[in-house]
Ligand binder design. Structure first.
Ligand code: HPA
Length: 275
């Protein structure tokens, strides 16, 4: 698909959404596996099913719901994706990141992303929350293809994708509440298979603290579009305990994510209120 057609599709989605909402959002939120609860906190919420929005992909994974929420959170106009699209589902990278382009065209300035991730750092425990300080991309880059000049430059800077001011603020909010947060590097893989034990060790060696199958494409496209990004992972499984009688299981991942969701939700809310 050429850029003109892709941009037309983005703008048709935007035009449809604008017929449903009163105020344009300035904050975007992507809620990962088992973390959808934040959507319940949105006031004056309007939910638009993905399947109603022209050209919007539809999500297929357990634990991911397919609604776009608009409303007020922490005094800001927000839009939240309850359910995201993963490369492993078979979507193209342009489909995976379509909602981020829609956010950009609607006027979103700050993006909050969340995900469930496996621990690579041996000191991490199931249920830990990690502020994403940086990422390592092992997936195809979502910006491959002719550059979309309407959004950003051909070779976008990626030295600091995750806002340092929001990271600092998140840490001080956590300190005030006596909450322990990890800060670490997220490595994005295509999935859908979990890592072998050797791959977990390899990711530790290259500087990663947690591993997951999402987030990186959305963050690259958000940064390309000039959107500030804050990201957080819920640690749902530990690689160091894996072996004969302890294997990775997608259902355990979703349950672990749901348990840490309340804390993540309240941090996101306070950060949004501080914008
Ligand atoms: N690996 C990759 N993705 C994940 C994991 C993991 O261990 N846990 C949750 N998402």
């Amino acid at each position: 698909m050429n850029n003109t057609t892709y941009l037309e599709q983005i703008d048709q989605a935007v035009a449809y959404i604008k017929t449903k909402i009163q105020q344009n959002p300035t904050v975007g939120i992507v809620l990962g596996s088992g973390i959808g609860a934040l959507a319940d906190e949105i006031e004056e919420a309007i939910a638009i099913p993905y399947k109603e929005i022209p050209h919007f992909p539809v999500s297929t994974v357990a634990g991911h719901k397919g609604n776009l929420f608009f409303g007020r959170l922490g005094g800001q106009n927000v839009m939240a994706m309850q359910g995201r699209f993963h490369y492993y589902e078979g979507y193209t990278m342009r489909e995976v990141t379509f909602p981020i382009r829609v956010m950009a065209r609607l006027g979103v300035k700050t993006l909050f992303v969340s995900n469930a991730a496996g621990a690579v750092n041996p000191s991490y425990r199931v249920g830990d929350l990690m502020i994403i300080t940086d990422h390592i991309n092992t997936m195809p880059n979502p910006l491959i293809g002719p550059n979309m000049e309407e959004f950003g430059v051909r070779f976008p800077d990626m030295t600091m994708p995750y806002s340092s001011r929001l990271r600092r603020r998140a840490q001080s909010l956590a300190d005030q509440r006596g909450l322990m947060l990890q800060q670490g590097v997220y490595v994005g893989t295509t999935g859908p298979s979990f890592e072998t034990r050797s791959e977990y060790r390899y990711f530790a060696t290259i500087g990663a603290d947690a591993v997951g199958m999402s987030t990186v494409p959305e963050v690259i496209v958000a940064r390309h579009s000039g959107i500030e990004v804050f990201g957080m992972s819920i640690i749902t499984n530990q690689s160091n305990s894996l072996g004969e009688d302890c294997l990775n299981d997608g259902n355990d991942v979703i349950q672990a994510a749901q348990r840490a969701t309340l804390t993540l939700t309240s941090l996101f809310k306070d950060l949004i209120a501080s914008l």
